[in-house]
Write a new protein. Structure first.
Length: 105
């Protein structure tokens, strides 16, 4: 079976395009859907901090219901996430430790 994944790239759209009737001059930035480990808020931090365009080693983290961490080395992103806060009961828990798995984006 030939399955074509949907586009995952970022977009900037007007409020009119998505049917909102407030401040028609405003634009909405939709971050790219990279992997399931990193949510939109962590992606927004990666984008806004400009670490993707910088040389060096950077760590971007977002701790809330989920803990998301992105290690950026010269623009290459490695990410992981784990349940935190109220959702910790669903974590990959073994012997009292939560297992994080790193994935190269």
């Amino acid at each position: 079976m030939d399955v074509t994944p949907p586009p995952r790239n970022a977009a900037t759209v007007s409020l009119e395009e998505i049917g909102l009737e407030i401040n028609q001059k405003a634009e909405i930035y939709i971050p790219p859907a990279i992997k399931h480990e990193i949510g939109a808020d962590a992606l927004a931090m990666l984008f806004k901090s400009s670490v993707l365009e910088k040389k060096g080693i950077y760590l971007v983290s977002d701790f809330g219901t989920n803990a998301e961490i992105a290690l950026v080395i010269d623009g290459e992103v490695y990410s992981c996430s784990a349940a935190a806060g109220p959702a910790i009961g669903g974590a990959n828990d073994r012997k009292g430790q939560i297992g994080l798995s790193w994935n190269n984006l």
